[in-house]
Design a protein around this ligand. Structure first.
Ligand code: ADP
Ligand code: MG
Length: 310
């Protein structure tokens, strides 16, 4: 029986195409194993005329396939070509590769994490691969619990976590990992490095954007305030920025996380109580603390300083 390749070549020699074209088809297209297989599988739907008319599609297919394999300048980057039959003609369908699907999914996930002034490596944080060997485990489990409770009842109120512990134990990293887990479940998280945010808010007074900026954090679906207490706060930041954000989130029952080197008690007594100017304001401090306590459960993280050993 005549081989597919021979048949195709014969068809080409019978058609009135130029010699150069005929030679390309013969040496480049009809020798391609995928082309041969496709034609032999679809012989019934493709008559000779259809094959001749589809030759340029077959040529495009082989070209695009090579570009895809070389990851170089394909028509639709990240998509590989596939031959199909449409109306008794050969057509090319472009199918997203596995890598492309993963890339698009990761983009969607990252888009659900809005981070402001955060270190880059928190984007790699992942609850699935997080090191669970020591006393961080409890905090990690609480993180998991939060995600599953939130997922099961997104409308209800779920207390966030107040993670405290010394420098380098992985508080920020854990917040990032929880944010990632949430984003994989379609939940939007806003993560912000609080000390830098405070400076930005102060600067926003100059260009009248305070209210607008404040709104982003007041209304975030899930808010994570990282490193609260790391810098002294002015009473304006404490009462008119932090206080306002927390008040709103309490009223609207929006989940909020904190991380700090201080536990709740220290934060209140050693940090919130004394303003940058040295004024002692215990009532204002306790008002803020009440809101933090309403919004989150305190949990200690201990263990080695990962910044020293990493
Ligand atoms: P903290 O916020 O408590 O000061 P970080 O979250 O910044 O600590 O963690 C310190 C360093 O250790 C970072 O470089 C972080 O990427 C790394 N790290 C923290 N926790 C983990 C973990 N569970 N697995 C892998 N790396 C981690
Ligand atoms: Mg940190």
């Amino acid at each position: 029986m005549e081989s597919i390749q021979d048949h195709l070549e014969k068809l080409m020699s019978q058609s009135d195409v130029g010699e150069r074209y005929r030679s390309i088809m013969k040496n480049y297209v009809f020798t391609d194993p995928d082309v041969k297989q496709f034609i032999s599988e679809n012989r019934e739907s493709l008559d000779n005329d259809a094959i001749i008319k589809s030759a340029s599609k077959l040529y495009e297919y082989v070209n695009e396939k090579k570009k895809f394999a070389a990851k170089n300048g394909g028509l639709v980057p990240g998509y590989y070509p596939k031959l199909i039959i449409n109306n008794n003609r050969v057509e090319i369908e472009y199918v997203p590769s596995k890598e492309e699907i993963t890339r698009v999914q990761n983009n969607a996930i990252n888009n659900r994490i809005q981070s402001f002034f955060m270190p880059k490596d928190i984007r790699e944080a992942d609850l699935g691969t997080i090191d669970k060997t020591d006393s961080r485990t409890e905090a990690i489990l609480k993180g998991y619990d939060f995600v599953s409770e939130y997922k099961n009842d997104p409308q209800g109120f779920h207390k966030g976590l107040y993670l405290h512990g010394s420098f380098g134990v992985g508080k920020t990293y854990l917040l990032g990992a929880i944010a990632k887990e949430l984003s994989e479940n379609g939940i939007q998280t806003t993560l912000v490095h609080f000390p830098t945010f405070a400076v930005e808010m102060k600067n926003s007074i100059g260009d009248n954007t305070t209210a607008e900026k404040l709104d982003v954090f007041k209304k975030a679906e899930i808010l994570m305030l990282d490193d609260i207490g790391a810098d002294t706060m002015s009473s304006w930041i404490r009462d008119d920025v932090l206080g306002v954000i927390l008040q709103y989130r309490m009223q609207e029952q929006l989940s909020t996380f904190f991380s700090s080197n201080f536990d709740m008690k220290q934060l209140e007594k050693e940090h919130l109580k004394v303003s940058q100017r040295g004024e002692v304001e215990p009532l204002k401090a306790s008002r803020i603390m009440e809101r933090i306590k309403y919004l989150s459960n305190e949990i200690e993280m201990s263990g080695r300083n990962r910044r020293l050993t990493n």
